[in-house]
Write a protein that binds this ligand. Structure first.
Ligand SMILES: Nc1ncnc2c1ncn2[C@@H]1O[C@H](COP(=O)(O)OP(=O)(O)OP(=O)(O)O)[C@@H](O)[C@H]1O
Ligand SMILES: [Mg+2]
Length: 259
């Protein structure tokens, strides 16, 4: 089905938290894939379905070991685990050094994700710019969602980043304080502008420390009522609608080496 890549430029605006929240409320069958080249965080944050620790050896690393000769979408399920709550996850790398030997993987992985039968894939791609080959995965995404907090430095870097992503549809999501939610989103929309048809400010996710903390610990009823999860649910609905729409015209942004 569809690959939705979640990423950021500088800072740590909450990519992993957003990807996890979206995975938890996604209205269709979904796989949460930890593709951050700097390493995954989920094993440290959430238990598996049995209350144990996610096995870091079963995931992106084990998939990378068998995928050199080719990767088909059917292979991915053998490397996934279940998080508490039942969400399927492809556990990420343990540290950034492992990514150095896997630069060839991102393109084939993106193609396999986009062709997964019966499931969408939400990929946590971490911070962009550290691993140029990540562009090969982004190129396969039905939507690249860029997270940003409404600070001048983060928005400025985001604007630069928008000119460097060459492929496909981009959605900007603002991690915003609920007290200034609309104003923050509107401000980012104003700064980012709507110059490119394929870039849309999709809306916000609540800045909600308590909700984010729950996503780093255990899942429970309270999480479901958190502002973070409520806004994630709205965003997930909007994303599913967006990716069903016809693709925009070919992208005319063209920087970053290839045009
Ligand atoms: N929506 C949110 N509201 C409040 N706090 C948040 C939110 N999202 C993330 N946080 C907090 O911000 C910190 C960073 O979050 P997270 O790990 O999701 O960011 P990231 O962008 O994935 O960072 P990195 O680039 O290091 O992987 C964590 O302490 C997390 O609890
Ligand atoms: Mg992260």
């Amino acid at each position: 089905m569809a690959l939705i890549a979640i990423a950021a430029d500088k800072g740590a605006p909450g990519v992993t938290t957003a990807a996890t929240a979206l995975g938890a409320v996604w209205p269709r069958t979904v796989l949460l894939a930890e593709c951050d080249p700097s390493g995954g965080d989920l094993a440290y944050r959430l238990p598996n379905l049995n209350g144990g620790v996610l096995n870091p050896a079963k995931g992106l690393l084990s998939l990378g070991a068998v995928a050199r000769k080719g990767l088909n979408p059917g292979q991915i399920a053998e490397h996934t685990q279940k998080l508490v709550g039942g969400l399927d996850v492809l556990a990420g790398l343990s540290h950034g050094e492992q990514a150095a030997g896997l630069t060839w993987l991102w393109g084939p992985l993106g193609r396999a994700f986009a062709a997964m039968p019966g499931a969408d894939v939400i990929a946590d791609c971490g911070r962009l710019g550290t691993c140029p080959q990540m562009n090969d995965l982004l190129a396969e995404a039905a939507m690249v969602v860029l997270l940003v907090r409404p600070s001048l430095d983060q928005v400025a870097h985001l604007r630069e980043r928008l000119s460097l992503i060459k492929h496909g549809r981009i959605g900007v999501v603002v991690v915003a304080d609920p007290r200034h939610y609309r104003a923050s989103i509107d401000e980012v929309r104003r700064i980012v502008g709507t110059s490119a048809e394929e870039v849309a400010v999709l809306g916000g996710l609540a800045y909600d420390p308590k909700g984010a903390e729950l996503l780093s610990g255990g899942w429970g009823g309270r999480l479901d009522r958190s502002l973070l999860i409520r806004t994630a649910r709205e965003l997930a609905g909007r994303l599913v609608t967006r990716i069903a729409e016809p693709a925009p015209r070919p992208v005319r942004r063209g920087v970053g080496g290839r045009t």
